[in-house]
Design a protein around this ligand. Structure first.
Ligand code: RUB
Length: 333
């Protein structure tokens, strides 16, 4: 019998899906919060196994919302895998473990963004013009920290079509008193000669150091390389993807054409195909450094971060892979 999922948990999942909650860090914290609320509102049977099944159901719902930002499965896994490994003996204990691990993740995430701000701000110099794309809390944190240290900086924020997250960035920086210029995405190469540093966020960092971020990031990286402008990525370590170590690809979200053209346009032009990919991949050779809460690393060190932070999950993946290889082998002979 399926247990009822609390309304506010369904609402969080829906807010992530419809992008009322957006940005990889916020999505991750919202998912952890949803798990916490779900645990607190659990009204099912008293068996721990039943509760775990219910939490897995909530996890599945959360994971189905958006496909690209690995911060979401990493946040969910942070809570659920710890719960399962602790092997709670009673329901009360299981509930309080979910609450504890969810709080722990949210707190870790907030502190990490602050640390990234501090570490990254050391790379910003007085008089720098910085270009940023989309709306990344981690990138914004770097810029605000640098500004608060008294550095005289200017920021170019791309609009970030089609959803205009650049407007959120411009507003946040302006409210701190920072000099911001909003530019269309297509003006990036033109403006690059006035830029000293690029700072963007990340939705996922792959094992080879490639960075998945809002569509247009790789164009910016290309323009930055051409102009010899340094390209920094601000990313908490829970944006690194353990699944990429075993060769999995990062799914790039494709969103509705209606974010680009109207229904009327589609009706009048039935033969025009519209595509709306929301993210792209910037290869590691276009990135000078990734600013994490553990320090500034070259993108090529992503594998080391993954082994250190997610070693046990990666081991689990391998165990499963090997098992299926062994089973195949047994079947064969
Ligand atoms: C947001 C986006 C952000 C990253 C990092 O895309 O690409 O650059 O998520 O953000 P969307 P943060 O608006 O489609 O979610 O640093 O806040 O985690």
């Amino acid at each position: 019998m399926s247990t009822i999922i609390p309304e506010d948990v369904v609402k969080i999942a829906d807010d992530i899906k419809t992008m009322r909650i957006r940005g990889a860090g916020r999505i991750a914290r919202a998912a952890a919060l949803a798990l916490k609320i779900a645990a607190e509102k659990y009204s099912g049977r008293k068996e721990v196994s039943e509760f775990i099944r219910y939490i897995d159901e909530i996890a599945k719902l959360l994971l189905s919302t958006r496909p690209t930002a690995v911060s979401l499965p990493n946040a969910v896994m942070y809570v659920t895998s710890r719960l399962k490994r602790t092997k709670p003996a009673a329901l009360d204990e299981a509930i309080s473990l979910v609450v504890r691990y969810s709080n722990e993740f949210i707190e870790y995430s907030r502190t990490a963004t602050e640390k990234i701000g501090l570490i990254g701000s050391r790379r910003i110099q007085d008089g720098d013009a910085i270009l940023t794309h989309c709306n990344s809390s981690a990138a914004v944190s770097v810029i605000i920290h640098a500004f608060k240290q008294g550095k005289n900086i200017r920021v170019y924020a791309t609009e970030t079509r089609p959803k205009f997250q650049g407007h959120i960035t411009a507003k946040a920086l302006l409210s701190e008193g920072i000099d911001v210029t909003l530019i269309p995405d297509s003006a990036v190469r033109y403006i690059m000669k006035k830029v000293d540093k690029v700072i963007v966020g990340a939705d996922t960092v792959a094992a080879n150091g490639a960075v998945v971020n809002k569509i247009g990031t790789s164009n910016i990286a290309l323009a930055a390389k051409e102009a010899r402008v340094r390209m920094f990525v601000a990313a908490e370590t829970y944006k690194f993807s353990p699944a990429t170590v075993i060769g999995e690809l990062v799914e790039i979200e494709e969103r509705s054409p209606l974010e680009i053209v109207s229904e009327e346009y589609l009706r009048e032009n039935p033969n025009v195909r519209v595509r709306n990919p929301a993210f792209d991949v910037t290869p590691p050779e276009y990135i000078d450094a990734i600013i994490t809460e553990e320090g500034l690393i070259p993108p090529q060190a992503a594998f080391l971060v993954l082994i250190e932070k997610f070693g046990w999950i990666i081991q689990d993946y391998f165990m499963k892979e090997f098992k299926s290889v062994r089973e195949e082998y047994e079947e064969w002979y």
